[in-house]
Design a protein around this ligand. Sequence first.
Ligand code: C5P
Length: 224
Amino acid sequence: DGPKPLAGRTAIVTSGPTHEPIDPVRYIANRSSGRQGHAIAAALAALGAEVTLVSGPVTIPDPAGVTTVHVERAEEMRDVVISRLPVDIAVMVAAVADWRVASSSGQKIKKQPGEAPPPLLLTENPDILKTVGHHENRPALVVGFAAETQSVEENGRAKLERKGADMIVANDVSPETGIMGGSRNRVKIISRDGVADWPDLPKDAVAERLAALIAETLGAKIGA
Ligand code: C5P
């Protein structure tokens, strides 16, 4: 077989949730296993790309053939991602917490008998995909995800524009789909060319198809 289609290309993939501390023992987070993001990192590496995976806290192993950097918080994830630019490909799969606690406590907040629970004041986290999509060192191909529970295509298309992405992988994560935490995924690929509806597939197969599509799109864009 010939040269791998992504040989000589560099990629950053984010995966997993972020944990935003309330105090040293408590945090807020999104639900995310990291399965889809890790599989995409491995699939890009299998096509020859040099891949950095920036992973939030997950229980699955680091994929082989990929440089994995572990982070906890969204701001850390953003800093690592930006420090790796320029790259050819960015695939932002992480379920980044939209908010963090405005001033997290350095000490464990004590539960005081008879006292009201402490209020949590939240502040907005950086949007990593949007930052990358509008960066002066913007990768040639920027791919985002859209986990929605309704109006999947419409929301995905709006996200494509707002975040400055070339492609949005949109899926319906309503609890009855079993996608979150599960091993299968059913996605729509939204780009400026239109929408492709992929069948229900194992997450590894979605990753392989997406890596192949990325290689093809990048080749058409900047020459193979
Ligand atoms: O806006 P929403 O969170 O639905 O967008 C999802 C996409 O944006 C995903 O690709 C996700 O990784 C990325 N994202 C990000 N930083 C955030 C929020 C979302 O990179 N703070």
